[in-house]
Design a binder for this molecule. Structure first.
Ligand code: CP
Length: 303
């Protein structure tokens, strides 16, 4: 058994196996059903990740224990580490956790004492979103059958996006030609190791995948002093009819969602033929089944 915390900590072979397993499950492969018990702890709001983990767990035959962090004893000051030790003591095998704090799992893993359940990271602050990253890889692989040499443009709020941080590195590692566009103040310096920053319209017609990111209003601090309105952002960095028409015939449009319609993507393009946004959500169920199988399988060296 092992934790699933950061897709970039996996070796390339394991990532490709997870992608292929998710697609096999989508095609009807028999899930490795197991009577594990899971708790989904979402300290940040979620629609897609929470419900698709629940769906994945149902398909795998897991038992779910519902614990709402907001009404748990963490409201009395109990730490996350003690909460997880408690869950293990009462029989929880795996905990799926979303938290606003980057690397929430580091102090949990460092805490001595009673064991904790296997951990799955369902998103940590602006750090990593490994299950989203896997479903994005599944969606790209389903379309193209490979990653090597694909031109992938990631557009928008790179600074606050855990999706961008997970995807930039893994797509680069898998051989894609990744480039980034967005407001200058949202282009983190450390992303340059994974690809160039370019003007959005540069080589637009060469892209195989254009991946738009949600403007993360909840993570934008008051001191950031944004210099554009939603309409200006859409004009400068959004997917409009002109940019859509310039995409090559085989290109696909992605977004982790929720979409701010008419900000990142024009309302009438969210469900356009090149959009894979709802297919990403469907793939999320199979990606998360593959993650849970991977986390709970026993025939490998423990992490
Ligand atoms: N893409 C994503 O993580 O969506 P939710 O916040 O709704 O889970």
């Amino acid at each position: 058994m092992r934790n699933f915390l950061n897709i970039n900590a996996l070796d390339r072979g394991d990532v490709l196996k997870l992608v292929q397993r998710a697609l096999a499950l989508k095609a009807g492969a028999t899930p490795k059903q197991a009577p594990f018990t899971v708790a989904n702890l979402f300290f940040e709001n979620s629609t897609r990740t929470h419900t698709s983990f629940q769906m994945a767990e149902n398909k795998l035959g897991y038992h779910q224990i519902v614990l709402d962090p907001q009404t748990s004893s963490m409201s009395k000051g109990e730490s996350l580490a003690d909460t997880l030790k408690t869950l293990k003591a009462i029989g929880i095998d795996v905990a799926v956790v979303r938290h606003a704090i980057n690397d929430w799992y580091v102090p949990v893993l460092e805490a001595a004492g009673h064991p904790i359940p296997q951990l799955v990271n369902a998103g940590d602050g602006s750090g990593q979103h490994p299950s989203q990253s896997l479903l994005d890889l599944v969606t790209i692989y389903e379309q193209f059958g490979h990653f090597d040499g694909l031109h992938i443009r990631i557009v928008g709020d790179l600074l606050h996006s855990r999706v961008a941080r997970s995807n930039a590195e893994i797509l680069h590692q898998l051989g894609a030609n990744v480039t980034f566009s967005g407001p200058d103040s949202w282009l983190p310096d450390d992303f340059q190791q994974f690809g160039h920053f370019v003007a959005i319209d540069e080589d637009w017609d060469k892209q195989d995948v254009v991946m738009f990111l949600r403007v993360q209003h909840e993570r934008i601090t008051q001191t950031e002093n944004l210099s554009f309105s939603a309409r200006q952002y859409h004009e400068q960095f959004g997917l409009n009819q002109t940019r859509y028409a310039r995409l090559k015939a085989t290109a696909i449009v992605m977004h982790p969602a929720p979409v701010n319609r008419d900000v990142e993507i024009a309302d009438d393009l969210v469900e356009a033929p090149k959009s894979r946004i709802f297919e990403q959500m469907t793939n999320g169920v199979y990606a998360r089944m593959a993650i849970l199988e991977y986390t709970m399988e026993t025939e490998h060296a423990a992490d």
